[in-house]
Design a protein around this ligand. Sequence first.
Ligand code: ARG
Length: 459
Amino acid sequence: TSNQMWGGRFAAGPDAIMEAINASIGFDKRMAAQDIAGSRAHAAMLAATGIVSDSDAEAMREGLLTVLSEIEGGTFEFSTALEDIHMNVEARLKEIIGDAAGRLHTGRSRNDQVATDFRLWVRDQLDATEGALLALIGALLVQAEAGADWVMPGFTHLQTAQPVTWGHHMMAYVEMFGRDLSRVRDARARMNECPLGAAALAGTSFPIDREMTAKALGFERPSANSLDAVSDRDFALEFLSTASICAMHLSRMAEELVIWSSAQFRFVALSDRFSTGSSIMPQKKNPDAAELIRAKIGRIFGANVALMTVMKGLPLAYSKDMQEDKEQVFDAADNLMLALAAMEGMVRDMSANRDNLEAAAGSGFSTATDLADWLVRVLGMPFREAHHVTGSLVALAEGKGCDLPELSLAEMQSVHGDITQAVYDVLGVHNSVASRTSYGGTAPEQVRVQVARWKEILG
Ligand code: ARG
């Protein structure tokens, strides 16, 4: 049997195993729309530069639209023997328009073609990620604004540290996802160069117009080095590393939601829409969405490491190893979008339990720092001494099994004689958070400043 694709050079067709290891159509069909957009831009350029006739280019451009509608309509028959999306589209184009299809590949190679298609796909995905991040930030801002003055414990080492506000905690995530947003935008700006026209690796002797195809496909400019253009996958790696950092943020937040929704904390109630029950324990309401977000992050990290590893030893220019880029990126992108959407839904639907937050905020001697600050401010004590005096008061309260505000003035004065009744003003959690008005601090007024700033940034 002769070879369906490489007839000229090859006498025999590939072994079945060869076909199985080589074919990428099973996954790269996801780039069909990008492949067809790239080919349509290329065809128009070939005509504009006089490399093919206007009528041939018109036939190609029309035929490619027919192919696209067949793929979108589900009637297209993908062939593994034709390896990948590029050859599948071209073969079908030939059936539709005849010999003119054979001129489409003039001045181009699958190497610059796949680099272009994949860039377009990743660029679309960066845009989708931007949209999902904006939606999540929007949901967090609603929570932050509603609870700008609700008090809750702030933790270090997951031990009660100082009271903070619910709004402040929500806004911490806004900052994180806001950095993710800016990383997405940076990555998009950097990757927006067009490889098309780099051909196999060296450029082409045809008088192509790379500015024209770059512009038609929404790129800023053609890439400047043909060897780099066909062997660069930085754009995919930047997507994956940006996705990894974002995923890490999602996972931290998911972990907090798991903890906060437990019976021991009861800081939040997750909605039924984002929870599941147990098949045996009727009382259970489990935070599965948060757990799955936390877990899916592993795939995204994995994809990042996998593609870095694929790329790290490749000599210039194209090697078939690079075909392994797509499944990693597709899987990471799908799971990132799912995780972002699930987190947005959970954040929108969750209700903070204000009373429990407030009760927890005051436990664990959380206003000890306020007491020490008071000793410094009112009694003029050096901070180190104030730290020591406060420590003694905490020990006294702990020994009595009570909290700091429950110590009597006499008990306070047994530790330091100058303490007055006024100290009780700083011991309440509301006083504590209201006093932290430094820029970026947890005071409700500062939280509102940040909410307003973000609303303005997002427009
Ligand atoms: N399916 C290939 C890929 O995804 C397309 C490029 C093929 N190029 C080649 N020289 N065999 O990378």
